[in-house]
Design a binder for this molecule. Structure first.
Ligand code: HEC
Length: 476
């Protein structure tokens, strides 16, 4: 007798919760939830594991022809309904749902209601009927798909929902201003709230087209007119203003990031223009170039450790080796011409090959043996081999220095043959070429291929004097 009263209690609760869930799903747009309820919703991700496990156990028993304990079924169905309702509360925090969330909610709701239906069939003694088994099979599918979409909502929105415009870490040499710079800023600071799954203010910033579409109040940017663009206006509002973007408490934009967005809009908000298509005089050019300088501490974070004792052992009266900054493994090596030079001075540096980021060999009588060793210094960024006997075949060996940014090779015997090597160095930014046999035509050709490369070819006497004056070890 007590058994039936207990079950009746369960019957009514399950029926009541099912009706409430249907009501929620149907009338969602008209429901405004109090704070407590949206707090309850946050339990959804935690609670959801119970119904999955319990339902699957119950289904397993049912499908293998074993009796499903009544209590198990009650707890499984109740927890499914509660999870679905909590999930609905949680979803209320998101004003406009993306597809993923929509499907997740629909499937989750269906799972709960079909589980309730199974309970109903079981209650009227149809637990062994064919359609009860069909329901159980359908439930397995529903659980799987609900979980799949749920996983994408929580973990996947960044990498599953819009993979096409995900930028890679490094800003390319000649970036597309929108894709490589502007989108990166938006992606970093805005997209968490303005994406297909979470369209705050009905604004989506995950693609250029969506950005142009704007939000609930229409377009947010006016090409050529940053001061009239809603997006920029909001960045300039005082932090406390509730319209300020990103909202208070979120990581705000840096001054230079705001300036970049502004200048980009001022120049017409193009999605195709590249850095080198902008006139050098545009403020946007220097803003972007500043941004492209990688943070050195990050760049050198992966260098192998070197002990201070190793540095002391290598150092001599003619060799200075020092850390570029006190807490880094990046080393700066300067070798002064000793009275009696021996190649070993350089070949001994093999021990710290990966740590050397700057190497000054000006005026040393180096041969190709040493150059072959230098060519293995994979992290070398600055190399000075001016006034050395280096030749074109030596330069050819240096093509492996992918990190090389600065090369001083003036006052040497190199010729036009070396130009092809310079073209190959992907990170080369400045090249000191004067007093070599390189022809003006070859320099012009190099400039065409690498428009951002700063070449000092000695044509301008004034700059030449400047570079000579600032060279650390020039003693004419
Ligand atoms: C923490 C979430 C969040 C972040 C991050 C965020 N926004 Fe918003 N944004 C909102 C909300 C909520 C609204 C709707 C309320 C409103 O209009 O103020 C909104 C609305 C807007 C609107 C107005 C859309 C319209 O048509 O009404 C613009 C423009 C905007 N955001 C730009 C940005 C920019 C640019 C960033 C990045 C710098 C950003 N948002 C980052 C939450 C966010």
């Amino acid at each position: 007798m007590t058994q039936t009263t207990k079950n009746r209690w369960a019957d009514y609760t399950i029926l009541g919760l099912s009706v409430f869930l249907i009501f929620c799903l149907l009338f969602e747009p008209f429901i405004e939830l109090p704070n407590l309820v949206s707090w309850l919703g946050r339990w959804h991700p935690l609670v959801l594991h119970f119904p999955i496990v319990l339902l699957l156990i119950a289904i397993f028993l049912g499908l293998t022809g074993k009796p499903v304990p009544r209590l198990l079924l009650i707890v499984a169905v109740l927890s499914t309904l509660i999870t679905a309702i909590l999930g609905f509360f949680l979803g209320m925090d998101v004003p406009i749902k993306g597809d993923l969330l929509f499907w997740h909610q629909l499937l989750g709701g269906a799972t709960a209601l079909i589980a309730a239906l199974w309970y109903g069939l079981d209650a009227i003694g149809l637990e062994k009927a064919m359609y009860t088994k069909v329901l159980q099979v359908v439930l397995i599918g529903l659980i799987a798909f609900t979980g799949h979409y749920g996983g994408m909502v929580t973990h996947g929105e960044e990498f599953l929902a819009f993979p096409t415009e995900e930028p890679d870490d490094k800003i390319p040499e000649n970036p597309i201003v929108y894709t490589d710079i502007v989108f990166r800023i938006l992606d970093d600071k805005c997209v968490s709230c303005h994406n297909p799954n979470k369209q705050k203010g009905e604004l989506v910033m995950t693609s250029f087209d969506k950005l142009l579409e704007g939000g609930e109040d229409g377009p947010i940017l006016v090409a050529g007119k940053p001061e009239e663009s809603e997006m920029i206006k909001r960045l300039h509002l005082p932090m406390e203003d509730e319209d300020h973007m990103p909202p208070e408490g979120k990581n705000p934009l840096q001054e230079n990031e705001i300036a970049i967005l502004e200048q980009w809009i001022a120049l017409g908000a193009s999605d195709t223009i590249r850095l080198n298509q902008l006139p050098e005089s545009e403020p946007l050019v220097s803003l972007i170039k500043e941004m492209m300088v990688p943070d050195p501490s990050e760049k050198w974070a992966k260098l192998p450790k070197v002990a201070d004792s190793t540095l002391q052992n290598l150092a001599s009266d003619y060799l200075s080796v020092s850390r570029v900054a006190s807490n880094t493994e990046a080393l700066n090596v300067v070798i002064f011409p000793p009275p009696e030079y021996h190649p070993k001075t350089i070949t001994d540096l093999k021990r710290i090959a990966n740590n050397i980021v700057a190497l000054d060999l000006s005026r040393l009588p180096i041969s190709e043996t040493e150059i072959s060793v230098i060519a293995t210094f994979a992290n070398l960024e600055r190399l000075e081999v001016d006034k050395t006997p280096i030749t074109d075949s030596g330069v050819e060996k240096l093509a492996s220095l992918e990190q090389l940014e600065l090369l001083k090779i003036y006052d040497t015997k190199i010729t036009d043959k070396s130009i092809s090597t310079f073209k190959k160095l992907p990170n080369l930014k400045s090249l000191y070429l004067y007093k070599t046999e390189v022809s003006e035509n070859a320099v012009a050709d190099l400039k065409k291929e690498k428009p951002n490369l700063l070449i000092n070819d000695g044509i301008d006497k004034e700059t030449q004097a400047f570079f000579v004056a600032t060279d650390s070890v020039i003693n004419p």
